[in-house]
Design a protein around this ligand. Structure first.
Ligand code: ACM
Length: 507
């Protein structure tokens, strides 16, 4: 290996000590808690390679850095040669800025095979990201086996056809689409991730985004207001009006779902969704209206809040913590609940100021389903343009919180991939990369003010080292010059928004 080591994410301190040499078989690893959680110190010298971690995770991240130093072929599944890698002599001292460094995969809109999810665990590990959030249920599909309610997957895990893209012309893929993970599949994913110091956060979305669940068990819906047996699993995109009925029976049903979820996912955080609950059916349902009066919660927002608070208490009583999208602030936030802030920074700022922990993932900055350039060739362009540089200049702690005690409530940040237009692994790769590399640097490294960030340096490290690592990992990223012809989707309509002013300044 020649030249200066080009690491992504950038470490806190990197000191070349001159020269380089082959690394032998032995890497000495030990833990020194004084370094702090996930921190590590890597020393490569002529006589030794040593990794000291603040904990086991720190040792693991140090190993990822050593792998990066060993050249791109270290990211292949087997070595190309028997020669040991030549690594520069140096010391790296490093620690993450944020404890929660996540990627959300929406496996509901398009199912992603278990093997592809396991591969994404490896990809996260290589980028020192430590949370995999699985969006397991939505209007268009239910993807987790629940043994006591088999129809959730028998009926809810597939749809007869799928809308292709957005808008006009209206196109359909007439093939049925589906799939789900058994509980053992998910246990395997959780264990594989744990070996890589990655936590898996399951999301069961309620009370909205529930059409697949209602298709499976129509009694979960607002049957006194609409025919809940009719619609089936949603085949088109957009938000369904089919939301859960706010009854004790439905709450008990979901307690059954979460009982099984807790058996599979041992992590502290359980995501209950809470986003985009359309209240029309509740307004029309005599049962829902009577419930509002009986509970004295005032209106439909209060009803949603009642449901969220119920599951907050229910999870807390079992040693877990609820996290939900920022709509869970509507009608009052449950004590102890954490918020995933996706609509600008507003909900996250309010939640942090009220003492709640926040994961920042504003759609205006880090939604990876959004298009990555203005080029006409972008496949099924959706949302706002978020270029690689835009993501590199994303700042999770907005000015209003920065420098205040509330900033500590921003426990982390996450990039989210919704999968309406990513029908397979290659399309997922294209949307996620290279932008996840920029996101990983934002989540791990302590970078300057967005305006002062050296994107040129990041881009140089991408070109000199990291694209070659992504090639070795066989990631079908968007090339810097634009999509390969086979990555385009001519004729499938997208839906682009006008670029907002950068939101960081508005918070
Ligand atoms: C969301 O994007 N509906 C959380």
């Amino acid at each position: 290996m020649t030249g200066e080591p080009n690491l992504i994410p950038a470490p806190r301190r990197l000191e070349p000590t001159g020269g380089s040499g082959p690394i032998g078989d032995t890497v000495v690893c030990r833990v020194d808690p004084l370094l702090g959680p996930e921190a590590y110190r890597l020393t490569v010298a002529a006589d030794r390679v040593e990794i000291v971690g603040g904990d086991d995770a720190g040792v693991f991240w140090g190993r990822q850095t050593l792998r990066q130093l060993s050249g791109p072929d270290a990211f292949r599944r087997a070595p190309l040669s028997r020669e040991p890698a030549v690594v520069p002599y140096l010391t790296v001292e490093d620690a993450p800025r944020f404890a929660w460094r996540g990627l959300m995969l929406d496996v509901a809109r398009h199912f992603l095979a278990k093997d592809d999810v396991l591969r994404y665990v490896d990809v996260l590990a290589a980028h020192k990201l430590n949370v995999l959030h699985l969006h397991l249920t939505d209007d268009q599909g239910w993807r987790v086996e629940i043994k006591r309610y088999p129809r959730l997957t028998e009926v809810g895990a597939w749809r007869p056809r799928t809308r292709l893209g957005w808008g006009e012309p209206e196109l359909w893929d007439e093939r049925p689409h589906g799939g789900f993970y058994t509980q053992d599949d998910l246990r395997e994913i959780v264990a594989y991730a744990a070996e890589r110091h990655i936590r898996v956060v399951p999301e069961i979305d309620l009370p909205g985004h529930s059409q697949a669940a209602v298709a499976a068990y129509p009694e979960l819906g607002n049957a006194d207001a609409v025919d809940t047996g009719a619609p089936g699993v949603k085949t088109d995109w957009g938000i369904s009006p089919h939301v859960l009925a706010p009854t004790d029976a439905v709450v008990e049903f979901y307690e059954g779902v979460f009982t099984e979820i807790l058996e599979v996912f041992p992590g502290r955080f359980v995501h209950i969704g809470g986003d985009e609950c359309v209240k029309d059916q509740w307004r029309e349902s005599p049962t829902a209206q009577a419930r509002i009066a009986e509970l004295g919660v005032g209106d439909e927002d209060g009803l949603q809040s009642w449901m969220i608070r119920h599951f907050d208490r229910w999870l807390a009583a079992r040693g877990r913590r609820l996290i939900g999208w920022d709509e869970i602030l509507q009608g009052g936030l449950a004590p102890g609940a954490a918020v995933m802030c996706w609509r600008w920074y507003t909900g996250g700022v309010a939640a942090a100021e009220a003492g709640h922990d926040v994961v920042m993932c504003p759609q205006q900055e880090v939604y990876l389903d959004h298009v990555q350039s203005e080029d006409a060739g972008e496949p099924v362009p959706f949302g706002w343009v978020h270029t690689l540089e835009d993501v590199y200049r994303f700042e999770p702690v907005p000015p209003r919180l920065s420098g205040t005690p509330h900033a500590a409530h921003v426990i982390g940040t996450q990039a989210n991939l919704w999968s309406e237009v990513t029908e397979n692994r290659a399309r997922v790769d294209y949307q996620v990369f290279p932008r996840l590399a920029a996101f990983a640097e934002v989540a791990w490294s302590t970078l300057p003010h967005p305006d002062k960030r050296d994107f040129g340096d990041f881009d140089r490290r991408m070109h000199e080292a990291h694209y070659a690592r992504l090639d070795a990992l066989d990631i079908a990223y968007r090339p810097p010059t634009g999509p390969h012809p086979w990555q385009q989707r001519p004729g499938i309509p997208g839906r682009m928004h006008h670029k907002p002013r950068r939101t960081w300044y508005m918070a």
